[in-house]
Design a binder for this molecule. Sequence first.
Ligand SMILES: Nc1ncnc2c1ncn2[C@@H]1O[C@H](COP(=O)(O)OP(=O)(O)OP(=O)(O)O)[C@@H](O)[C@H]1O
Ligand SMILES: [Mg+2]
Length: 195
Amino acid sequence: MRCATRSAEETERLGAAVGRLLEQGDVVLLIGPLGAGKTTFVRGLARGLGFEGDVTSPTFTLSHVYRGRVPLVHADLWRLERMAEIEQLALDEEVEEGSSALVIEWGEAAEPIFGGRALTVEIESGESPDLRTFSFRPSGEWEGRSTALAGAAAAGAEDGTGPARKEGAAAAEDGTGPAAEEGTGPTDEGGGGQG
Ligand SMILES: Nc1ncnc2c1ncn2[C@@H]1O[C@H](COP(=O)(O)OP(=O)(O)OP(=O)(O)O)[C@@H](O)[C@H]1O
Ligand SMILES: [Mg+2]
């Protein structure tokens, strides 16, 4: 399943449409080169879960967690080289007990661990500077949700300025949800004290 976006805003909207589908225990692996839009897509996922705070890649810790409808654990494997660190993610308490969703940038490195149950999203650049194409590869539990995913892809990638938003349920309600809870900043998790 493929779709395209033409701006960071569109990528965030696409992410938000997918974020509305996220359930506890879900894993999303993001693949794409530097500056592809991986973090932008994660920001959308968090927005789709109703989280309004900062969304940035964790640098000094293994992961951030955004507390929306479902907690979203955000990891970025750019700096993680050792398999042990990647495995540590699977041992993250919330991930292990399946009470959160997990999204991983540079997720190809985590495919041996999560590939069999993940939604893999590959982002590629297009001919024009702001064009990105998104390929969604569902496995495991995600395979049964391809209709919902296709709806999210269609809703997220349309330009959203016209009445077309009525057609896709997933496109509705942008930015009109309940106000964010207090303390909406990301929470650091794991990785502390590692030398
Ligand atoms: N269609 C698009 N989707 C997403 N980002 C876009 C798009 N067009 C242009 N951009 C720009 O590309 C950049 C994407 O940055 P982002 O941090 O999301 O990428 P990334 O894949 O996470 O990078 P990194 O590999 O450094 O983690 C932003 O500056 C954004 O404004
Ligand atoms: Mg990034």
